[in-house]
Design a protein around this ligand. Structure first.
Ligand code: PHE
Ligand code: ZN
Length: 894
């Protein structure tokens, strides 16, 4: 949206709408060039609000006619807002008819009604419905919808909208129509329509109550065989939500439609989810294990929104985490429950925490930091953030930790009993949780817990331990602090659940007891930290223990604890908590990385210690640990995560150090990697389950390590094997991992493999995205990546207007390849500013995401810092920026 001066919206300014819209009857004459929209609505005044004019939101609409109760009426336009001042007095309903046209084909923002590969799609969240018709475009206005679609029958044989198909038929001139009625009231952001030439996979299911439902996945002809996994995920989602939370499917028909032009992952429109193809299409030959698992979780996520988001929605957009944090939590739990092996649950947890720490922690420490329930925004699209989503999910997880799994289910039940059909706030949710669990710590300390909703920033928990051998007591002092964030200088202490255990030197768990008259607590316990400083004393501790704190990552905090290498090695070898076991390995590696980064002069040639290497060998060869877990332990902390630990960041030095560490790990464990590759390759027929995916992941890492080592010792053996493995691969995971091994180790054979890969998959957009992303994200060697990226943008397959493709090249370089992006000559930043401006001209949402790539510029060492600032200023100087980009850039420079 391009508005002269950006307006700051404030949460405290919320006021109920002056009018309610009860019913909406929409008719569309669909034409890519000019679509006609007739919107007939019944409205009435909201008696609780002082009488005032009706102000309807609109954006890029051509207004043809307005009728009030069947007759012409006076109206005016205030900017793009349609204002009706002389409406009938009193509380009687009245009817408005608004006739507008829009140009879907020219809609490059992909908000509102647009055309993708000849098919019509809509995207209305958050404020896209106003680009379709004049409306009260806010989530607390909920209406009943009837929708009639008319279009050319040959070009648009399939006509879909929310709810049930009640009528269809032929029209003159080769056109046809379909009428859909949604039995559920909904806010307009959940409206959707699709019209085009699509085919569907159909599945009838009967749910517990004996009701029949039709599940459908619509894709372009030719993609049907790639929808089996998504359909299975959908069936499992329906079963899971009913089994775990008693939440049934409330629709006769539930549809998913895939589009290759989509700004985000997917959208939960009532009964008509619209998905980025990336999260629907997956066949063993074209999708990796990561893709398969993403498909499962996104299908689940959108389906779970049907209750958490749609049945109960948000009062206003400040409450976004009400639905998003909760639904991410639900999809995370779903993915864990789908794992057959308990160890795979831990792997999923580690992966989720890794995302939080590498993406959300930086956001929380940067210029865009915001609470999970923000107080202000300029452009709501900028707040579909890792904070609202992932940190929001962590806050919900803490609720579950505090009230227990059953208590959580009870709380959710009460939430729906109270609020089904309403648009509510985060306070309403947490109140239901507390009321359903009146004796819980959550209920007892609710105001303090709510600070998680209002305060931004990542708290740091500092842990200090003292063992008293004479008293046989172990006291643990926990203190908390939280750094200032923009607009929030002073923070109040949080309520932090700290799950912990104590381990002895042999790795055995020590029974926990707090004070001699207190009950035994078992070997795993959750402390509740609610003050700035608090000491907990454990009694009957026979020997000095190793503390295992923040098990399972029980709170979204930074744990600052001084553990010796020996203690970390003990945890890595023995901790019963898989998360902390992994974390111990990460801490060891991080310590070595930071030492090498901070050292004077050239980075040390061998940053890794023998103790670390031995421990890694032990994990790799461990007879009991599963492959997925091993792969996580043997993967070094990312460059971004290392950077976050430093006050001054030299991205190239971090990259150099981490690469040296990888090479050392590759060489020192050469024989072990050979063993691991041979032991885990070839898993028979492809199955996307977590266990076989873990084996492929470990084989893939091993192959990368072997190719890296070959780079050092010059042997052609492993690169040759990798190329062979690439050619023989029976699935995309193995094929892609082999390609990655060659590319990321800079092997000359990589060029041959890349060319073959492109030739093999040239018709498959999602695979070609991988091909682009791999090259733009490859390790920089002498500044070669930026020229390669510029070259890729000239490739015949490159399309800036397709968000997936733009992301595959530009974001893979600017956001995911710090060693290549941060250049001494500032050329990476120049490239970035050019692309932000270029994208902003037609797709502000995508541009604003890219604009975030330099969020942390203030931490950069010179010469990066000054150069980054200059590039940001260059973007800021551009007139006519969208509000989206303007907000990000302004905050960045503040
Ligand atoms: N609400 C969607 C989800 O989380 C995300 C989304 C937001 C999609 C805005 C499109 C536009 O599932
Ligand atoms: Zn969502």
């Amino acid at each position: 949206m391009r508005e002269g001066n950006p307006v700051t919206v404030r949460r405290e300014d919320y006021a109920a709408p002056a009018y309610w819209i009860d019913t909406v009857d929409l008719s569309f004459d669909l034409d890519p060039v000019k679509t006609r929209v007739l919107n007939k609505m019944r409205l009435r005044r909201n008696p609780d609000v002082p009488a005032q004019a009706l102000r309807l939101d609109g954006e890029e609409l051509n207004l043809a006619r307005v009728m009030l109760n069947g007759a012409g009426c006076s109206f005016k336009l205030d900017g793009e807002t349609l204002v009706l001042e002389n409406l009938p007095e009193g509380n009687e309903p009245f009817e408005l008819e608004i006739f507008t046209t829009c140009a879907p084909e020219k809609n490059t923002q992909l908000m509102g009604l647009y055309v993708s590969e000849g098919t019509f799609f809509t995207q209305c969240e958050a404020e896209g419905f106003r680009r379709i018709t004049y409306f009260l475009d806010r989530p607390d206005v909920m209406a009943s919808y009837a929708v009639t679609l008319r279009a050319d029958k040959t070009k648009f044989p399939v006509l879909l909208s929310n709810g049930n198909l009640v009528e269809e038929g032929e029209l003159s001139d080769g056109r046809h129509f379909a009428k859909w009625v949604d039995p559920h009231k909904k806010p307009c952001y959940l409206f959707a329509l699709v019209a085009g030439s699509l085919v569907s996979r159909n599945q009838r299911i009967t749910t517990r109550s004996g009701k029949e439902h039709l599940l459908q996945i619509y894709v372009r002809p030719g993609d049907l065989e790639k929808t089996e996994h998504a359909m299975n995920a959908l069936i499992h989602s329906v079963i899971w939500d009913e089994a775990r939370f008693g939440l049934p499917l409330d629709l006769e028909r539930f549809m998913i439609v895939a589009t290759s032009d989509f700004n985000m992952g997917a959208m939960e429109n009532k009964g008509l989810n619209i998905f980025n193809t990336k999260y629907v299409l997956g066949s063993p030959a074209t999708a990796t294990d990561v893709d398969f698992s993403n498909i499962e979780s996104v299908v689940g996520h959108e389906y779970f929104h049907n209750w958490t988001g749609n049945r109960v929605t948000c009062r206003d957009w400040f409450q976004l985490s009400l639905k998003e944090g909760l639904t991410v939590f639900r999809d995370q739990e779903f993915s864990m429950d789908m794992c057959a092996e308990p160890s795979a649950r831990a792997v999923k947890r580690i992966e989720d925490v890794r995302v939080l720490r590498t993406a959300q922690f930086p956001e929380d420490a940067g210029p865009m930091a915001h609470a999970i329930r923000p107080d202000t925004y300029v452009e709501i699209s900028n707040f579909y953030s890792v904070t609202i989503y992932e940190k929001g999910a962590e806050v919900i997880r803490m609720v579950q930790t505090l009230v227990g799994r059953d208590g959580f289910a009870q709380g959710l039940k009460l939430y729906f009993e109270r609020h089904d059909g309403q648009a509510v706030t985060c306070d309403d949710f947490i109140q239901a949780m507390a009321d359903a669990n009146p004796t819980s710590e959550l209920a007892r300390q609710l105001p303090q817990f709510k600070r998680w909703y209002s305060q931004a920033g990542t708290p740091v928990v500092h842990a200090q331990a003292a063992y008293d051998a004479a008293q046989r007591s172990y006291s643990l002092t926990l203190s908390q602090s939280c750094a200032p964030t923009p607009g929030q200088i002073q923070k109040e202490p949080y309520l932090i659940p700290v799950t912990l255990g104590l381990v002895d030197a042999t790795g055995a768990a020590i029974p926990l007891q707090l004070g001699s008259d207190s009950p035994a607590l078992g070997s795993n316990h959750t402390l509740v930290l609610n003050e700035t400083h608090q000491t907990f004393t454990f009694v009957n501790v026979e020997t000095e223990p190793v503390p295992s704190i923040l098990r399972g990552f029980s709170a979204p905090v930074v744990l600052d604890i001084e553990l010796s290498d020996a203690q970390l090695l003990t945890l890595l070898a023995h901790d019963s908590d898989a998360f902390n076991r992994w974390e111990a390995g990460q801490r060891l590696a991080l310590r070595l990385a930071l030492t090498a980064v901070r050292a004077e002069g050239a980075p040390p040639a061998q940053p890794l210690s023998d103790a670390y290497l031995d421990a890694m060998r032990t994990v790799l060869r461990h007879p009991q640990l599963d492959a997925a877990f091993k792969e996580l332990v043997l993967t070094l902390p990312s460059e971004t995560y290392i950077a976050e630990q430093l006050d001054v960041v030299d991205p190239q030095r971090i990259h150099a150090v981490r690469e040296t560490m990888r090479e050392q790990l590759a060489e020192a464990l050469h024989g072990d990697w050979e063993w691991a590759f041979d032991a885990h390759k070839n898993n028979g027929a492809y199955q996307p389950d977590a266990t076989s995916a873990g084996r492929r992941a470990l084989a893939g890492l091993s192959l990368t390590m072997l190719c890296l080592a070959a780079r050092e010792n010059g042997s052609p053996v492993w690169p040759g094997k990798a190329l062979q493995h690439f050619k023989d691969a029976g699935n995309m995971t193995d094929r892609f991992n082999a390609l990655l091994a060659l590319v990321s180790s800079g092997q000359p054979l990589a060029q041959d493999a890349l060319a073959r890969f492109h030739a093999l998959f040239k018709g498959d957009a999602l695979v070609i995205d991988k091909w682009f992303a791999l090259q733009a994200g490859a390790p920089d060697r002498g500044g070669n990546i930026l020229p390669a990226v510029r070259q890729l943008m000239k490739h015949a397959d490159f399309q800036m207007k397709n968000p997936n493709r733009a992301r595959s090249v530009i974001f893979s370089y600017c956001n995911a390849n710090p060693g290549a992006f941060h250049r001494n000559d500032a050329a990476g930043y120049v490239f970035w500013s050019e692309r932000v401006i270029e994208l902003d001209a037609f797709n502000p949402q995508v541009a604003a995401r890219l604009a975030r790539a330099l969020d942390r510029w203030k931490k950069l060492a010179e010469p990066y810092r000054t150069a980054a600032r200059e590039s940001i200023a260059r973007v800021a100087a551009k007139p006519n920026l969208s509000n989206d980009v303007r907000e990000v850039i302004t905050r960045s420079l503040a």
